[in-house]
Design a protein around this ligand. Structure first.
Ligand code: FDA
Length: 410
């Protein structure tokens, strides 16, 4: 006889494992499937191996503030019903140690493996059947036209381990980043199979790149990081971050570069203040008035890394003089160029280097309460949905919260 389950969950990553554990503990017969040979690789590699699993700054009254979506209010219901405090309580019940770092980011103290073990224990407590690696070859839906039994179990999955039938199907197959550890477009294709719309998937939290010729002078700065204020320069969708910017051989990265990449669109210039702490024109004027004889790049190095000062000033003879010989205009222009740098990225490092996917299954066909789609019994949770969090634990919190909302509705 064909094995029967209340629910089949495809994707045993953050969202799938969490959903399976809760649904199983509610008494449902759960089958969890994943095609990857290694389990929960994204959790394992995240946060430098310690998994930044949530963020305490998530605002319970306006949880959508830290997320992007074409339907911005959609994520609110799930995030408000399962908060960072709820996940912290779960960690505490399992004795998993965690610590807070920069800007409310919470990490496992020891290793991301502690979190994977926790999720597997929760699945064990729910009696979840876990097939991994196992590919799903085909999904069919038959409505009430068949016998009573078939109507109650309308989904048939053909898998590498044979066919199964189930009442509900949960898609937790994640986004497109890092294909070499198991990412696939399966969930997006399944949505299309059932007539659901997609918001164009694009890499997000990804290093930005530049035309090699225009980037050549800055390539010498590779490895240098400094605190900046960065924004997209778009009036329509103004978004600014105060974070560290990292120069790379091909472009910009670090928290500032990654955060802004989620809001950047091709053709846009960025706006970057390389010294947001204070106005440089005033500081340089004061140093000049004090009779400074240092070369301008060296005087500037009181405020910014020397390597940056050297590269920044090298192409202008009037920025190569002793400070006291520089005109006020030259100083003002130098300060302006540093406070209002407007580089235009030509692209990004793509799916291999992105941390997350922007876009995905269009939320306008999903219930914000249950994550069920307009196709009865078909649910989408986690990153496959058009909800993208900021850097700093927000994407995992969306995985937990959407999985929780779905599991309670199954
Ligand atoms: P997830 O990707 O976790 O799981 C999807 C699962 O589905 C995978 O196991 C995959 O093998 C499986 N699958 C795919 N296609 C399938 C198919 N056809 N059949 C069967 N199974 C299939 N976020 C954060 O909040 N804090 C952080 O510190 C980080 N750090 C980080 C670092 C790096 C390098 C990356 C790439 C990403 C992050 N993220 C992050 C993002 C975070 O990892 C991501 O948002 C969540 O893992 C999403 O959880 P999901 O369960 O939706 O997908």
């Amino acid at each position: 006889m064909t094995p029967a389950f209340d629910v089949a969950i495809v994707g045993a990553g953050a969202a799938g494992l969490f959903c399976a554990g809760i649904a199983g503990q509610r008494g449902l017969r759960v089958l969890l499937l994943d095609h990857a040979p290694k389990m929960a690789e994204k959790i394992r590699i995240s946060g430098g191996g310690r998994c930044n699993f949530t963020n305490r700054d998530l605002d319970p009254h306006q949880p959508q503030r830290h997320f992007l979506s074409q339907n911005p209010a959609f994520c609110r219901s799930a995030l408000a019903r399962y908060t960072p405090a709820d996940f912290i309580a779960l960690l505490q019940r399992h004795g998993v140690a965690w610590q807070e770092k920069h800007k409310g980011q919470l990490f496992c103290t020891r290793s991301a493996q502690d979190l994977i073990d926790l999720l597997l224990r929760e699945c064990g407590a729910g009696g979840v059947t876990h097939w991994q690696p196992c590919r799903v070859l085909h999904v069919a839906y038959s409505d009430a036209t068949h016998a009573e039994g078939a109507a109650a179990l309308p989904y048939t999955l053909q898998t590498e381990r044979g066919s199964v039938v189930c009442r509900s199907l949960v898609v937790a197959s994640g986004g497109l980043p890092v294909p070499k550890i198991g990412a696939s477009d399966w969930g997006l294709r399944l949505a299309q199979q059932f007539g659901l719309g997609l918001v164009e998937p694009r890499p997000a939290l990804v290093p930005l790149t530049f035309e090699p010729q225009s980037w050549a002078p800055y390539a010498h700065l590779a490895g240098l990081a400094l605190p900046v204020r960065i924004n997209t320069g778009s009036k329509k969708q103004a978004m600014a971050f105060d974070e560290d910017l990292l120069f790379t051989h091909r472009g910009l990265s670090g928290p500032a570069g990654l955060q802004i990449s989620s809001y950047w669109n091709p053709g846009q210039a960025l706006r970057i203040d390389l010294h947001p702490q204070a106005r440089l024109d005033a500081a340089l004027q004061t140093a000049k008035a004090a009779g400074g004889r240092k070369l301008l790049p060296n005087a500037l190095a009181q405020h910014l890394p020397q390597r940056l000062c050297d590269i920044w000033t090298q192409h202008r003879p009037d920025w190569q003089r002793p400070l006291s010989d520089c005109s006020d205009k030259a100083l003002a222009q130098l300060a302006e160029s540093l406070h209002h740098w407007a580089p235009s990225p030509s692209g990004d490092e793509g799916w291999a280097k992105a941390e997350v996917m922007r876009g995905g299954v269009d939320t306008r066909q999903l219930s914000s309460q249950s994550l069920e789609s307009s196709q009865p019994g078909l649910y989408f949770i986690g990153e496959v949905v058009d909800v993208t969090g900021w850097l700093g634990g927000y994407n995992f919190q969306w995985a937990w919260a959407s999985a929780h909302a779905c599991a309670l509705a199954l």
